[in-house]
Design a protein around this ligand. Structure first.
Ligand code: ADE
Length: 250
């Protein structure tokens, strides 16, 4: 997969993109990550990327021309998109659809992604209407730019690409991948400051361990994110247990 990130602050990506999961994915040649400075696509003396909003108001708005040109340079054949060539052009913005594991999975199926990091008060609406094919928000809070959201999206997507993670199983077991939160994890020592690891995990009984983990995941989800249980696939035994627990706590 090739990910192109358009930003006013490419230096923000230097550490994150050359460490951990990204480093591994790039080294294994599973992912190619490029950052592009939107400012490089300005043609005036001051390299202007923003301007006052028409109609007045506070703040500045990112101009359309450098963003259009930066994206067009990534697809010299033109931006009309077809078949296997489809390359989502995603604007990171608090106005976008709320990012989720499901969207990460969707995006991991493409061979190319373009992420545009917005800044200032906003981006000229023509970028949204005629260039971006998708708008994504990472949550209902306002950050000072789309750089951190772009890293969040890229991280969540890249770790789903086969071969990127150490073991294929670790992405499958993740919270949200199964619609349940993850069960508690322990490692050595078996007792730390008097706090013991649950006995069942030391038992070597794989069936018992799997049952305990599943039960813990369901209980934790019930306590912390009960709304997730509505779409989780539960066994009839689990459903019965949950209905009993719910009546007990009501
Ligand atoms: N830019 C600023 N805040 C953002 C958010 N919450 N999600 C995506 N892009 C943003």
């Amino acid at each position: 997969m090739q990910i192109d990130i358009l930003t006013l602050f490419p230096q923000m990506f230097e550490g994150p993109l050359t460490t951990g999961i990204f480093k591994r994915a790039v080294n294994r040649e599973l992912v190619q990550l490029n950052t592009h400075n939107i400012r490089d696509w300005t043609h005036d003396k001051h390299h202007t990327v923003d301007d006052y909003p028409y109609g007045g108001g506070a703040g500045m708005v990112l101009k359309p021309e450098p963003i259009f040109q930066a994206v067009e340079a990534l697809k010299p054949g033109g931006l009309q998109q077809q078949g296997a060539d489809i390359m989502p052009i995603i604007l990171l913005t608090p106005q976008g659809r709320l990012f989720s594991q499901q969207i990460a999975f969707e995006l991991s199926q493409y061979s190319r992604l373009v992420l545009i990091c917005g800044h200032y008060e906003g981006v000229d609406e023509r970028v949204i209407e005629y260039l971006a094919t998708d708008e994504i928000s990472i949550g209902d809070y306002v950050l000072s730019g789309g750089e951190l959201p772009a890293m969040v999206v890229a991280d969540a997507v890249v770790r789903l690409i086969p071969g990127v993670l150490g073991s294929e199983a670790s992405a499958v077991d993740d919270s949200y991948a199964t619609d349940l939160l993850e069960y508690p994890q322990y490692t050595r020592p078996p007792e730390y400051r008097g706090w013991a690891v649950p006995e069942v995990l030391l038992s070597g009984n794989h069936g018992e361990v799997a049952r305990w983990r599943r039960e813990q995941a369901v209980l934790r989800t019930l306590r912390r994110r009960p709304e997730l249980l509505n779409k989780a696939s539960l066994s009839s035994e689990e459903k019965y247990l949950l209905s009993k627990l719910k009546t007990l706590t009501e």
